[in-house]
Design a protein around this ligand. Structure first.
Ligand code: BGC
Length: 367
C-alpha cells in the first residue's frame, strides 16, 4: 500500500513538473539531494532561522511557521536572531538545527553573506537549505530560494513615486526627491534599489527628478540594520541642510518602517506640504497613513502566502519530489532554483481590493 502511495506521489510530481515546465535539474549540476520518491520521514525536524524583527513581516512569519509546520505534521523549530548579536546568534541556531537532525532548514538571513559555513555544514549533513525572502550569497550550498520578486518590488516603488508626484503636484514639471535604501547586510536591499532606479534613473537623467542632496549612490542612501532611527537621523540632517530653503516633494523609502520615520522627520522639520513617500510590507501602522494620504504607497507581500509556499517546498522534499520553481537567481556562486511570488502595489485607491482576502488589513482600510 505504502509503495503504491509513494509511486502515485512520484507520478503526480512528474505531472506537476510537466505542467509548470520545471526541469528536474535543480541548479546543482543535476545532482539532486533527494531522488524522486526517496524523501524523509513525515514527522521530521524542520528548522526555521529568522533574522531579528526589523519589520512586521518577520514578526508574523514566526507564528505562521510554527502553526503551518505543525499542521503539516512536521516537528518545527523556529528561532529568531536576537537584536544585539544577530549574525552570531543565527549562525549558532542553524548549527544547532543541523546537530538536531533537521532535514530542511528554512533561513531568513540576517546577513546573507555570512552563512557560508553553516549552509555548507547543512549540506554535508544531508539537510536541504531553503533561503526565505533573502538570498544567501557566495556559497554553493543553497538549494532553493522563495521570495516575492524583489526587483519588481523596487520597480513598483519607483513607479509609485512618479505617479504620486504627478498626481499630487499637477503644476510642477520637476520634483525634488531623496532616495533611501535598506540595510547593506540584506541581499534584498540593493535589488529593491536597483529595481526602483530602473524606473527613476531616466527621470533623473532628463531632469524631471532632482535629488537635491546629490546622494544617489546606494552607499549614501543605505539604512543600517533597517532601523527607523537611522533613516530619521539622515532625513533630519537633510531637512536641516539641503531643505532649509526648498521643499522635498518625494522620498523613495524601501519599506513602511522607514517610511514612517521619514514622514515624522519631514513633519518635525515643519514642512507644510507632505511629500510623496513610498513603502513596503503593508504594516498595520502604515495602513491608516496610506488611507489619510500621509504615506502614498506600500507593497503587499502576503506573509501567509510566502510561509505557506516555503512549507509546501518542505512537503515536496519530504515526499521525495522536486519543489516547484519558476526561475533561477544567481547568488554569486550558483544559480539557485527560485520561486517568486508577485508583489502588489497598494495606494489608497486599491487598498480595499488588494487586502480583500486579508481581514486584518481590510479592517484597517475600513476604519
Ligand atoms: C524584506 C522586507 C523588509 C526588510 C526589513 C527585507 O529583506 O524583504 O520585506 O521590509 O527586509 O525587515
Amino acid at each position: 500500500m505504502k509503495k503504491i502511495l509513494l509511486a502515485t506521489t512520484a507520478v503526480m510530481a512528474v505531472a506537476a513538473l510537466g505542467l509548470t515546465g520545471c526541469s528536474s535539474d535543480n541548479g546543482r549540476g543535476g545532482e539532486a539531494t533527494t531522488e524522486e520518491g526517496s524523501g524523509f520521514a513525515a514527522d521530521s525536524l524542520i528548522g526555521v532561522a529568522l533574522p531579528d524583527k526589523t519589520s512586521e513581516n518577520w514578526v508574523l512569519a514566526g507564528g505562521l511557521f510554527e502553526d503551518g509546520l505543525a499542521d503539516a505534521g512536521f516537528e518545527g523549530d523556529v528561532q529568531y536572531a536576537g537584536a544585539s548579536n544577530a549574525v552570531a546568534d543565527q549562525q549558532q541556531q542553524i548549527s544547532t538545527m543541523i546537530t538536531n537532525g533537521a532535514k530542511v532548514i528554512i533561513i531568513g538571513a540576517k546577513d546573507g553573506a555570512q552563512l557560508g559555513t553553516q549552509v555548507q555544514e547543512a549540506r554535508d549533513n544531508g539537510a536541504i537549505v531553503i533561503a526565505y525572502d533573502r538570498l544567501i550569497q557566495n556559497t554553493d550550498a543553497v538549494d532553493y530560494y522563495v521570495a516575492f520578486d524583489n526587483f519588481k518590488v523596487g520597480q513598483l516603488q519607483g513607479q509609485a513615486l512618479l505617479d504620486g508626484l504627478a498626481a499630487s503636484f499637477p503644476d510642477k514639471t520637476t520634483y525634488n526627491i531623496e532616495l533611501f535604501s535598506g540595510s547593506s547586510d540584506d541581499a534584498n536591499a540593493p535589488v529593491f534599489f536597483e529595481g526602483a532606479m530602473d524606473v527613476l534613473q531616466p527621470k533623473i537623467d532628463d531632469g524631471t527628478l532632482v535629488v537635491v542632496s546629490g546622494q544617489t549612490d546606494i552607499a549614501q542612501t543605505a539604512t543600517d540594520g533597517w532601523k527607523p532611527e537611522n533613516a530619521q537621523r539622515r532625513m533630519d540632517t537633510l531637512m536641516q541642510g539641503t531643505y532649509q530653503s526648498t521643499t522635498v516633494d518625494g522620498v523613495l523609502s524601501p519599506n513602511d518602517t522607514l517610511a514612517r520615520a521619514i514622514i515624522t522627520s519631514v513633519s518635525d522639520a515643519g514642512q507644510a506640504e507632505a511629500p510623496i513617500v513610498t513603502g513596503q510590507d503593508s504594516e498595520a501602522a502604515s495602513i491608516p497613513l496610506i488611507m489619510s494620504g500621509a504615506q502614498y504607497s506600500t507593497i503587499y507581500k502576503d506573509t501567509r502566502a510566502l510561509v505557506a509556499t516555503a512549507i509546501e517546498m518542505a512537503q515536496a522534499l519530504q515526499a521525495g519530489d522536486e519543489p516547484d520553481t519558476t526561475t533561477e537567481t544567481n547568488n554569486g556562486n550558483v544559480d539557485v532554483p527560485t520561486l517568486y511570488l508577485d508583489p502588489v502595489i497598494v495606494t489608497k485607491d486599491n487598498a480595499a481590493e488588494a487586502y480583500a482576502e486579508n481581514p486584518d488589513l481590510l479592517a484597517l482600510v475600513n476604519e
